[in-house]
Design a protein around this ligand. Structure first.
Ligand code: HEC
Length: 149
């Protein structure tokens, strides 16, 4: 009886560890989660720029830092093993033209870093930097993302 219980408990722990490990090593799920963070940061920042949310320097800075940390890790989230699977919207062009993709990732990184600084400088500067940053989304998505719906 007791041994069975211990075995069941050990199995549960083992499968929990297994699940955690597979989430951590799933680049598709990881990059989609990263992009969702980028989307959320965009809604906060865009709301401020459009006047739907009052401008707040600290909140704007935080949103841009979320954006920048996602941009920094983006290039490494597309190993060859992750071309298909899950419900990925990654376009084949990412692997066919890695240099082009990396160049856009680098631009995204620079634009978000500039927006972090601009958020600290004030609303006027932030609006300008945000405008430049927002162009990066479409620039990359139009060639490197297949929109499924
Ligand atoms: C350098 C390329 C690149 C840039 C720049 C970029 N994205 Fe993406 N984005 C992608 C790719 C590739 C996917 C598809 C990932 C997948 O499904 O595997 C994606 C997916 C997304 C998704 C869907 C996530 C999900 O699965 O639910 C959102 C939302 C998103 N991007 C928002 C943005 C916003 C907002 C910006 C600009 C601030 C941006 N992205 C900039 C490449 C980029």
């Amino acid at each position: 009886m007791k041994t069975t219980y211990i075995k069941v408990a050990a199995f549960c722990v083992a499968s929990l560890v297994g699940t955690t490990a597979s989430i951590a090593s799933d680049p598709i799920a990881n990059r989609q989660a990263m992009m969702k963070n980028v989307g959320a940061a965009m809604r906060v920042a865009g709301g401020m720029v459009k006047g739907k949310i009052p401008f707040d320097s600290l909140a704007a800075e935080l949103a841009m830092r979320v954006m920048n940390s996602s941009a920094s890790g983006l290039s490494s989230m597309f190993p060859d093993s992750s071309k298909t699977g899950g419900d990925t919207e990654a376009a084949p062009k990412i692997w066919e033209d890695k240099a082009g993709f990396d160049a856009l990732t680098a631009k995204f990184q620079e634009a978000s870093a500039a927006a972090v600084k601009a958020a600290k400088a004030g609303e006027g500067d932030f609006k300008t930097a945000f405008g430049a940053l927002a162009k990066n989304c479409k620039a990359c998505h139009q060639d490197y993302r297949i929109k499924k719906n």
